[in-house]
Design a protein around this ligand. Structure first.
Ligand code: C2E
Ligand code: MG
Ligand code: MG
Length: 429
């Protein structure tokens, strides 16, 4: 064991040396450098159960897989008992680093053979970028480690340093007035999360998810600014511009998988706005969007708070070829009596059930029941929160129609999504 500690300690300085030299190079190029820190999930437990030799076998196989997915100039280094650091020197943008993270985590999700047993380990990852998140090697490593510990705590497969502590962002900002400036200055950006068809695994479409790229704060997640925008009424302007931006992006998506659907979230207050249908129709006309390609996601609670008006609006949208999906579906609000009149096209199962469906029998039963309900009412059913291949397989076996989740990809910037379409390889169920 003492040898091991020595070798680990001796690796930290060499990581720093490499980082320093890579950073010197990055200074003179327009590219960014990404530092990824990867930790095996439950490594300690595994070591305690199977012993030191087994964990070493596992780490060696892991290193081999990491080098396989890395490019020529990337560097992989062991920096802890259950931890590797990866330096990726030629990263164009954050989206690029996210694509690499997805590729790496997918490679590590395939079971390893240790002592003639197949073991599924999985990994967590923290990412920090030079120069965006830190200007020096020690802070870059510190920020990647911080993102890793936040990823582990929040059960996210990976976190980018600046997304990793949203609560800290909220603090004392004067968000309302900053949000006004954000709208004026075009700081709101749309990320896309791919949605796949579980029959065959082909790409089916994407969900547009807003991000606020604040020059002073970095990326602000929607769970912080959407509630504020809803309270102040800024949500209307924000949604109209999101619909237009997303339709404009979608018009230029590569056609490799045929026409893809575009899902946009609509806040409850807009469902009763009498200009909604006209604005959506105008935007579709402007960007030549085809019928049955646009999906508006509204939450189950919003629809059932005011079923008469909501159903009427959904019917009008449907007449114009726009589908409606009931988001965050938990069967909490809809009585079956109401539900049978709902003109929605799709149910989207709340991610809290899907994420836990392998560990919790109760959650698995709820997922199964919602799929059954959708089938009984002739609705499509989608699952969000698919975080592993096993969940995808289980959902496919239950005849769930669509899935999205971190296993396929986290939400990624528009340019990275266009690249994702071109590079996507369907999983084998
Ligand atoms: P949502 O519409 O239910 O979106 C799904 C959320 O689940 C997204 O969070 C997505 O990143 C996250 N997610 C997807 N797959 C997984 C997974 O496998 N594991 C985990 N842990 N999470 C996963 P995000 O992007 O932070 O958005 C949060 C919410 O903010 C959205 O929930 C939506 O209600 C709201 N939102 C986002 N953009 C807009 C918008 O343009 N308008 C409105 N009104 N709301 C928006
Ligand atoms: Mg949604
Ligand atoms: Mg949802």
């Amino acid at each position: 064991m003492s040898d091991k500690i020595l070798s680990l300690r001796s690796n930290q300085p060499s990581l720093m040396r490499y980082l320093d030299s890579y950073i010197r190079r990055a200074h003179t190029s327009s590219k960014q450098l990404a530092l990824l820190v990867v930790q095996v999930k439950r490594g300690q437990e595994f070591g305690a159960l199977f012993g030191y030799r087994s964990i070493e076998q596992l780490m060696e196989q892991m290193a081999a897989r990491l080098s396989d997915v890395c490019r020529k100039d990337d560097r992989v280094m062991r920096i802890g008992d259950h931890e590797y650091a990866l330096i990726l020197p030629d990263v164009m943008n954050e989206g690029h680093a996210i694509l690499a993270a997805n590729k790496i985590l997918r490679a590590l999700s395939i079971p390893f053979e240790v002592d003639n047993h197949m073991v599924s380990m999985g990994a967590s990852m923290g990412i920090a970028l030079f120069p965006d998140h830190a200007g020096q090697s020690d802070t870059l490593l510190q920020h990647a480690e911080l993102a890793l510990s936040d990823a582990i705590r929040s059960s996210a497969p990976y976190l980018m340093y600046r997304d990793s502590t949203p609560e800290k962002l909220a603090g004392a900002w004067d968000l309302e007035s900053e949000l006004d400036t954000a709208l004026d200055n075009g700081e709101l950006e749309i990320f896309y999360q791919p949605k796949i068809n579980l029959r065959g695994g082909l790409l089916a479409g994407a969900e547009a998810l807003l991000r606020w790229r604040s020059p002073s704060r970095g990326i602000v997640p929607p769970n912080i600014f959407i509630p504020i925008a809803t309270r102040t009424g800024q949500i209307k302007e924000l949604t109209w511009s999101a619909i237009n931006m997303a339709l404009q992006h979608a018009a230029a998506w590569p056609t490799r998988f045929g026409p893809l659907t575009l899902a946009i979230n609509i806040a409850p207050s807009l469902l009763v706005d009498e200009t909604l249908v006209r604005r959506v129709a105008d935007a579709m006309g402007l960007w030549s969007a085809k019928p049955n390609r646009l999906i508006l996601e509204i939450t189950e609670s919003a629809m059932m708070d005011n079923p008469d008006i909501s159903f009427e609006t959904i019917r009008e949208l449907k007449n114009r070829g726009v589908m409606v999906s009931i988001d965050d579906f938990r069967t909490g609000y809809s009585s079956l009596a109401n539900f049978k009149y709902s003109p929605a096209s799709e149910l989207k199962i709340d991610k809290s059930f899907v994420m836990n469906m392998l560990a919790s029998k109760a959650d698995a039963n709820i997922v199964r029941a919602i799929i059954g309900l959708a089938q009984a009412f002739d609705l499509q059913v989608a699952a969000e929160g698919a975080e592993s291949m096993e969940i995808l397989r289980t959902l496919a076996a239950l005849q769930c129609n669509y899935a999205q989740g971190y296993y396929i990809s986290q939400p990624i910037p528009a340019n990275a999504f266009a690249q994702f379409i071109n590079e996507y390889v369907p999983p084998v169920f």
